[in-house]
Design a protein around this ligand. Structure first.
Ligand SMILES: *Cc1c(COP(=O)(O)O)cnc(C)c1O
Length: 289
């Protein structure tokens, strides 16, 4: 897999909320690790792309919504490595294509749009064999790049983090990134996940399945702001204040919700006084066009 900047900064941020809570907060800037395959998606793709190449695959096939960072990153990774890529996209094609899908197509990804109810069956063996009949042999990447190799890639990132943070925080889509952080830190400190979708304990089950040996992690499910990619005036205002006071770009799908959650938990006194908190900026910002 193509290389990234392995020395992205850990940037301390200050705020009266953190001072009042007696905590120190810093951001690991993984949004800066690669211009195209940025953030946690690079880490999740790393071992998968290497496995595809080692198994002599010519094609990566994967799934995602029309705004999926994973579709974007997979298209970029495939093109860098001279692989073909096929994206199975949830829902009807909307023209003109948005920025994500335009980028993916320009990077050479073949896009196929499928109905939402068919999309729900995408992990079923019968659907996968239909795809094989249609497209031939491919390396199958699940939605979000979230599989065992994806978790292992994130774990290799988390192993490189300094050990002295008491809490490590990240947004949660499928939970593979949180699981990788827990695995890489081998029982040290606490890992805190902020689900960006509505919906109960589904992620807890996913995280547990990857790291059954660890229990030092927790989800805070109250910061989804209505669901995936939804926002509110309050979240928008928070993000504007955050960007102007901290000078760190965030977005409303993932990082905005995580930082809102961190501020809120700090204000409520959740973090032990005197402790240190590391927020992983998992990327998701598009290069300006
Ligand atoms: C995909 C994504 C996530 C979610 O990662 P999971 O491993 O699916 O939980 C978080 N942040 C950003 C920026 C993402 O693109």
């Amino acid at each position: 897999m193509t290389t990234i900047d392995q020395s992205t900064p850990i940037q301390p941020i200050s705020d009266p909320v953190f001072d009042a809570a007696g905590i120190q907060v810093a951001i690991k800037r993984e949004d800066l690790n690669h211009p195209r395959i940025s953030g946690n998606k690079w880490w999740k793709l790393k071992h998968n792309v290497n496995a595809a190449i080692a198994q002599n695959h010519q094609t990566l096939l994967t799934f995602g919504g029309a705004y999926s960072n994973h579709i974007y990153a997979t298209a970029a990774a495939a093109s860098v490595h001279g692989l073909q890529s096929i994206g199975i996209i949830r829902g009807e094609q909307v023209l003109p294509l948005n920025q994500t899908l335009t980028f993916a197509r320009e990077a050479g990804m073949e896009l196929h749009f499928i109905a939402r109810d068919t999309y729900r069956t995408k992990a079923e063996p019968s659907f996968i064999s239909e795809l094989e009949e249609r497209f031939g042999r491919f390396y199958l990447l699940p939605e979000g790049g979230s599989n065992e190799l994806g978790v292992a890639g994130v774990a290799s990132f988390a192993e490189g983090l300094p050990l002295d943070f008491d809490y490590v925080c990240c947004p949660v889509g499928t939970g593979a990134t949180l699981a990788g952080i827990v695995r890489g830190r081998k029982g040290t400190g606490h890992a805190i996940g902020f689900p960006v979708l509505k919906g109960g304990q589904a992620w807890a089950t996913a995280v547990e399945s990857y790291v059954p040996q660890y229990a030092n992690w927790q989800l805070f499910g109250e910061y989804h702001f209505g669901g995936y990619a939804k926002t509110t005036l309050e979240l928008d205002r928070f993000m504007r204040d955050f960007e102007s006071s901290q000078g760190v770009p965030i977005e409303h799908v993932y990082s905005g919700k995580m930082f809102y959650g961190i501020y809120d938990l700090a204000a409520m006194g959740f973090f032990t006084r005197g402790s240190t908190v590391l927020a992983i900026h998992t990327g998701g910002l598009r290069p300006k066009v």
